[in-house]
Design a protein around this ligand. Structure first.
Ligand code: CP
Ligand code: NVA
Length: 321
């Protein structure tokens, strides 16, 4: 139970849980996190200190680069009264072959939670299996649930609701963002169309999982190839880089494959006139998005980036306090 002067949050159901994919959470649990995120954002804007994680420590393992995830988790745990320890995989023994199982058990003795950014979702599952403290997925090749939690908060802010909102994701349908957005949109009753060329479409097992969730949540999840067709009536248009971390060698090949999938002024003009443009960042201007769109009036990318802080503070508070 988190008590503050003005509000009581009952986090009993989330305490001690891992956050590996949104698929492990219910709609009510996500709504709980979004409400808490909104509350924490408001407290911060008012300059009110709220420290439910006093004396707690978060370990942050990074096998890939990061600006937003690292800084928002580190600043977030500090603002909640705790501290964060940055652990580059290059500098810890995991980089020299110490097993994930041993690392998990050792770190569980020191820390109150671990955030990990790595390549394989299996590694995160393995860490969670052997750790006795909450494990948070800070991005794998398969999923990026923390980003989607912040994205849901952002959509709610800009559109006033999640249920019934039409989002069109254009670009690499096979990456972590597309996969996590499908699960998040399905749970929250949104319409999501992932638009990608053949060969770059989402993992069919994740599409099936999202469509299955969608059935009982009033959502619609589909995959298309034609951006112009999909974008009609879109409330939100989302894109991400064409080559994710670890795919740098495919950059040139992907630039050819994704030609025609750039979100630019011409394409965006086919969506609703009050469409919001979203991107998890980092962005490559004039590749997946034109500078005019990402720096233009429809863009909410920096609101999204800021919400990483608030959404993850809610997550850490719920899992670790
Ligand atoms: N969006 C996101 O996760 O950014 P970073 O790679 O900078 O953490
Ligand atoms: N799909 C991108 C997201 C970065 C936050 C990547 O994995 O590089």
């Amino acid at each position: 139970m988190i008590k503050d002067n003005q509000i009581t949050f009952n986090n009993a159901k989330l305490h001690g849980r891992d956050f590996l994919t949104l698929a492990d959470y219910t709609k009510d649990e996500i709504n709980y996190l979004l409400d808490l995120a909104e509350y924490l954002k408001d407290q911060r804007k008012k300059g009110i200190t709220f420290e439910p994680l006093k004396g707690k420590t978060l370990g942050m393992i990074f096998e890939k680069s990061s600006t937003r995830t690292r800084v928002s988790f580190e600043a977030g745990i500090y603002q909640l009264g705790g501290i964060g320890i940055f652990l580059s995989s290059k500098d810890i023994q995991i980089g020299r072959g110490e097993t994930i199982a041993d690392t998990a058990q050792v770190l569980s003795g020191y820390l109150d939670g671990i955030m990990i950014r790595t390549f394989s979702q299996e590694s995160v599952k393995e860490l969670a299996k052997y750790a006795s403290i909450p494990i948070i997925n800070g991005l794998t090749d398969t999923y990026h649930p923390c980003q989607v939690l912040a994205d849901l908060q952002t959509v709610k802010e800009v559109k006033g609701a999640l249920h019934g909102v039409k989002m069109v994701y254009i670009g690499d349908g096979g990456n972590n963002m597309a996969h996590s957005l499908m699960i998040g949109a399905a749970l929250m009753g949104m319409e999501l169309i992932v638009v990608a060329p053949k060969g770059y479409q989402p993992d069919p097992t994740i599409v099936a999982k999202a469509q299955d969730i969608a059935k009982s949540h009033g959502a619609m999840i589909s995959v298309m190839e034609n951006p112009k067709e999909a974008i009609a009536n879109a409330d939100v248009v989302y894109t991400d880089v064409w080559a994710s971390m670890g795919q740098e060698a495919e950059q040139a090949k992907r630039e050819i494959a994704f030609k025609g999938y750039q979100v630019n002024e011409q394409l965006l003009s086919l969506a609703k006139s009050d469409v919001s443009f979203m991107h998890c960042l980092p962005a490559h201007r004039e590749e997946e998005v034109s500078a005019g769109v990402i720096d233009g009036k429809h863009s909410v990318v920096f609101q999204q980036a800021e919400n990483r802080l608030h959404a993850q503070k809610a997550l850490m508070t719920a899992l670790m306090s």
